[in-house]
Design a binder for this molecule. Structure first.
Ligand code: HEC
Length: 110
């Protein structure tokens, strides 16, 4: 009985930590979005709703190849080909995916 409780508890703690880590990723992505994308694509709600979750997956697959291609010839071309974007891309994807147009989620701010 006691053992079951502690196993259950540690499972709960692990789960809690996992969702906190995921939230941190999403927050990081949201911050990056507001800093880098908002000026051209509007606030985070609007930006994330540009695409469905499946479309975000496709855009950010293969080191965001399609995403970078979409910005070829735009003023963002240099940024999306830079190192900073490479670092930010996984977080950005987490944020955009979480709030994709078919996700049913809406970010609380931004
Ligand atoms: C300097 C302005 C600028 C910045 C910064 C910028 N974009 Fe774009 N983006 C554009 C333009 C211009 C296009 C191509 C025309 C279009 O489809 O709106 C585009 C295309 C896109 C598309 C494809 C749209 C479609 O209809 O297929 C997505 C998604 C997108 N941007 C998301 C982002 C995200 C996320 C960021 C932040 C990392 C970002 N953009 C940064 C200007 C910008």
């Amino acid at each position: 009985m006691k053992k079951t409780t502690s196993v259950l508890l540690s499972a709960l703690v692990a789960l809690g930590m996992m969702s906190t880590a995921a939230n941190a990723e999403i927050k990081k992505g949201q911050k990056g979005y507001l800093k880098k994308c908002k000026k051209c694509h509007g606030n985070g709600t609007k930006g994330a709703a540009m695409k469905t979750q499946g479309e975000w997956e496709a855009l950010f697959a293969n080191d965001a190849a399609n995403f970078i291609a979409d910005h070829k010839g735009t003023k963002a071309e240099k940024f999306v080909n830079g190192k900073k974007f490479k670092k930010l891309a996984p977080h950005l994807k987490d944020f955009l995916w979480e709030y994709g147009s078919d996700s049913g989620n809406v970010p609380s701010c931004g």
